[in-house]
Design a binder for this molecule. Sequence first.
Ligand SMILES: [Zn+2]
Length: 54
Amino acid sequence: MKVNCPECKNDIDTSAHSSLSEKQIIECDKCGITLEITGIEGDRVETEIVDEGK
Ligand SMILES: [Zn+2]
């Protein structure tokens, strides 16, 4: 499953997570932003920024 960072457009590597679910918090390894998964539809993952990082 691919999560696209809304900030830097990086494809966040989610292989560290065995599965993704709503309300899960993930971090962009490129810009350090914190995202919360707000919805999953098939292969599409909706996210919301919860912390802009440094
Ligand atoms: Zn990013």
